[in-house]
Design a protein around this ligand. Structure first.
Ligand code: PLP
Length: 386
């Protein structure tokens, strides 16, 4: 274990502040380190392992595909990718899908499509995109620019042009930020990296109405909130809105890299042959994993996610040190009264519990199929620390 850490330090670029844990194996919501110590996982790899570690159905789906064909390129057709696309479209009311490999790439295609739509219709100057303060949209040049947090910007000038930031839950500020040149508004519905900050339903509906009025693309970044995380297949379905473009990534592959964008009828024909592409997009193995994840997340499963989210909230709100709880479903932000979130996360690790932070909050993103037994074990550790 010491060896692995030393080798990491020697050979890997130091962009990550890692926790003191070498993950070796896992099952469900239990991770086992190189010394055989067990941890309850309330992180699911930042909302990625929707079905926990090495779910047997998921492993079977992925390995079966792996021994059929692992990759062929987007110059040919494969079955897993169309099957996932069909499921996504049928269950969201959207029209078409583009597959990418990560959240940032999913947002890149949304940005390109929005710009092309407006450029073609209103001229080249119509290319500005308004995002929200405190948002997070990724780490590529366009998506860090879209990210409304200074912390991600310093040192990387110059940025992609044409982004500005409005205050979340403040529709007047959005009206003020939109100009003749604006082609799209892009928002998260619960800002994840920004501290598990919920957007108000009335605000989101007002954003949609304004996008319709001004013929701007309404883009929702569901990279973190999508694929069952909030207790709905996509959070926009609970906000009662119809976006033009919805991006997804994290939870869909169950642990394999896949992301993408769903386009509504108005947006589905914007991108034409040659406009966009990626070598790995729609990879059959990643799609076989995604198909298993999506097939498992049916209405009954989503009701369970909501029930488990309520259970977490009920238990946590009885803890004196907890000031407030934000988020939706199994996306949970905990604001503490006295203790620093990062100290709690560090102490929890030593006690056998994996947690995340989001800004000044403790953030929980447990596997969507976590059992009540696993929840109780994890919460017992957390309650003791608080
Ligand atoms: C994580 C995240 C991204 C970036 O996804 P990557 O796969 O890391 O590129 C984008 N948007 C939101 C809302 C996210 O939570």
């Amino acid at each position: 274990m010491a060896d692995i850490k030393a080798l990491d330090k020697e050979y890997i670029v130091g962009t990550y502040g890692r926790f003191d844990l070498v993950a070796e194996s896992g099952s469900g919501a239990v991770c086992i380190d190189a010394d055989g110590k067990e941890y309850i996982d309330f992180t699911s790899g930042i909302g990625v392992n929707s079905l926990g570690f090495c779910d047997p159905g998921w492993v079977k789906a992925v390995t079966e595909q792996l021994s059929k064909i692992q990759h062929i390129s987007n110059l040919f057709y494969t079955e897993p990718c169309v099957k996932v696309a069909e499921l996504l479209v049928k269950r969201t009311g959207m029209s078409k899908v583009f597959f990418a490999n990560s959240g940032a790439e999913a947002n890149e295609v949304a940005i390109k499509a929005a710009r092309k739509y407006s450029n073609n219709k209103y001229g080249d100057d119509t290319n500005h995109i308004v995002t929200l303060e405190n948002s997070f949209h990724g780490r590529t040049m366009a998506t860090i620019t879209a990210t409304g947090q200074d912390g991600y910007h310093k040192d990387f000038y110059p940025f992609v042009q044409g982004f500005s930031y409005a205050k979340a839950n403040d529709i007047e500020d959005l009206y003020a930020k939109v100009t003749e040149e604006t082609c799209a508004v892009m928002i998260e519905l619960v800002q994840g990296e920004g501290g598990v900050m919920n957007l108000d339903k009335e605000y989101v509906k007002a954003v949609e109405a304004y996008c319709r009025q001004e013929d701007m693309m309404f883009i929702i970044d569901e990279v973190q909130t999508g694929v069952g995380r909030t207790g709905h297949l996509f959070a926009f379905q609970a906000f009662d809105v119809k976006p033009d473009i919805v991006t997804f990534a994290k939870g869909i592959g169950g642990g394999l890299p896949i992301g993408g964008a769903l386009f509504s009828e108005t947006a589905a024909e914007i991108l034409k042959p040659g406009d966009h592409g990626t070598t790995y997009g729609g990879n059959p193995v990643a799609c076989a994993g995604a198909y298993e994840v999506l097939s498992r997340i049916d209405d009954e499963f989503l009701a369970e996610v909501r029930a488990k989210g309520d259970y977490f909230r009920e238990k946590l709100s009885a803890v004196d040190e907890v000031e407030s709880i934000s988020g939706m479903g199994l996306m949970i932000g905990i604001k503490l009264k006295e203790k620093a979130a990062k100290d709690v996360v560090g102490a929890a690790l030593a006690e056998g519990l994996l947690l995340l932070t989001a800004k000044d909050k403790v953030r929980l993103l447990p596997p969507l199929n976590i059992t009540y037994d696993e929840i109780d074990k994890g919460l017992a550790i957390l309650e003791k620390l608080l």
